[in-house]
Design a protein around this ligand. Structure first.
Ligand SMILES: *Cc1c(COP(=O)(O)O)cnc(C)c1O
Length: 450
């Protein structure tokens, strides 16, 4: 059922009309501005990113101790940047694309602990809350906090202390996994409010770690609302608010600076003649928004960030295009919000992220669900890399950038149309590592039919 608001927006914007028919769209953001770096937006600056980085460093010895998988990186949660030339060939051969330059996969899909991009933001927010609690209660002394070995927090008396506190979150799956796994590992009581979209194996995995999983028949927005309400009733409960959290956002943004040495190592230059294009899947907006905020601070006008969303849940595209941000949801224009891309099954975007992205985001693409499985399978066949279907949405970005009228116009206007041979494309893979083998086989079967 299309609402009055939806009808009005469909009348005003031809692209909203197209989205309402569940058609794929390409949207170039007319509000994109040139930035001079570093910049401040909504009170957030590079200093906030650096602060988040420093906090993660302080916690590294603790992570190293409780998660052996982070030993190789000394407790720092980071992913590899991998060139995927065979995938580029396949996209050009089988998907009618003409990608020029080098194509890379940023493998947040393999991030330790949570197996998704949520290992950046989600874990950061739990640690930030933990630091505050620990300092307030004398578990870490404030005056020497940079010198204290945070791994003391893994000791039994500290765990006993955290057991008195609860951390809650609403999730379509991956955020719940990151918050749940991290919180439970520190000793907290963890409650995850899962929307109907959440996959069974994610609920099972969380329960096996002692996390309380509450299931809802409703969509994500209602699961969040319930979680928030229940958390407010308990003074010892902390709620991770995906819709508004600046902490989550900043936790994600840390990725950007760490990309610099990775690019250097591959001999990649980013400047006016060597543009960088980044494609990130978008749900409520926090993860892709945080990464984009960080990337723009580092690379300024030489990085071009695009989000990708499913045709039934293009909430950020809708919010930004109409300028209504979180005042409109995909159901207003008659869409279901339902998609196989569970990580992207969000009907109403974060208003906070929509505003921050207004001058920074280059544009958006939407895609049909069956392509998620096709891209997932082609990546597996060509590069032997697995990412989950939600993450596979990114390839639509690389494909559309190189084969579409609107994007060609964007490149011409930016003076980039003759520089694309020098371009670097990063497809930001957001999840996959923890997907169990039987579920991967199921996905492969769907891909065959797609
Ligand atoms: C959460 C998630 C996203 C999008 O992040 P948002 O903060 O919801 O926009 C993309 N891909 C995967 C796999 C995710 O789990």
């Amino acid at each position: 059922m299309i609402t009055e608001l939806g009808k009005e927006m469909i009348k005003q914007h031809t692209l909203v009309d197209k989205m309402a028919q569940a058609k794929e769209i390409v949207w170039i953001n007319p509000e994109l501005k040139n930035v001079s770096v570093p910049f401040s937006i909504k009170g957030m600056t590079v200093a906030n990113i650096e602060e988040a980085e420093a906090k993660l460093k302080r916690f590294a010895p603790l992570l190293r101790k409780i998660f052996p998988e982070t030993r190789d990186t000394d407790g720092i949660i980071e992913s590899e940047l991998t060139e995927i030339p065979m995938m580029k060939e396949r996209l050009n051969a089988d998907f009618g694309s003409k990608i020029e330059g080098r194509l890379f996969l940023k493998r947040d899909s393999d991030l330790p602990i949570a197996g998704s991009i949520k290992a950046r933001g989600g874990i950061y927010e739990v640690l930030k809350h933990t630091e505050e609690l620990a300092i307030e209660n004398g578990l870490l002394q404030r005056e020497q906090k940079t010198e204290i070995d945070y791994s003391v927090l893994a000791e039994e008396d500290c765990r006993q202390f955290f057991r008195n506190y609860t951390i809650q979150v609403g999730s379509t799956g991956n955020l719940g996994m990151s918050i749940g796994i991290m919180s439970a590992a520190l000793g907290y009581r963890a409650i995850v409010h899962m929307s109907a979209d959440a996959k069974q194996w994610k609920k099972d995995l969380l329960r096996s770690k002692g996390v309380i999983v509450k299931e809802y028949e409703t969509d994500y927005t209602l699961a969040v609302e319930n979680g928030r309400k229940q958390s407010q009733e308990d003074p010892k409960s902390y709620f991770v608010d995906d819709e508004n959290s600046v902490d989550l956002f900043l936790g994600y943004s840390v990725a950007a600076k760490r990309l610099v040495p990775q690019l250097l190592e591959k001999g990649i230059t980013v400047d006016e003649d060597h543009p960088l294009f980044v494609y990130i899947p978008c749900g409520i907006g926090g993860a892709p928004g945080g990464v984009t905020f960080g990337l723009k601070q580092v690379f300024g006008n030489n990085v071009h960030c695009f989000f990708v969303e499913p045709v039934q849940a293009p909430c950020m595209a809708l919010g930004m295009m109409t300028g209504l941000n979180s005042e409109i949801c995909v159901q207003d224009i008659g869409l279901t919000g339902k998609t196989e891309a569970d990580g992207l099954a969000v009907g109403r975007p974060s208003g906070f992220v929509g505003e921050v992205m207004k001058p920074l985001l280059s544009g958006e693409f939407t895609l049909q669900d069956d392509k998620l499985y096709q891209y997932m399978q082609v990546l597996l066949d060509s590069e032997n890399l697995f990412i989950e279907p939600s993450a596979a949405a990114i390839f639509e970005g690389a494909v559309k950038l190189a084969g579409n009228e609107e994007t060609q116009k964007y490149l011409r206007e930016k003076g980039l149309d003759d520089k694309m041979k020098n371009a670097t494309h990063i497809c930001w893979a957001t999840g996959g590592k923890l997907v169990p083998e039987p579920v991967r086989r199921e996905y492969a079967n769907i891909a065959k039919k797609a």
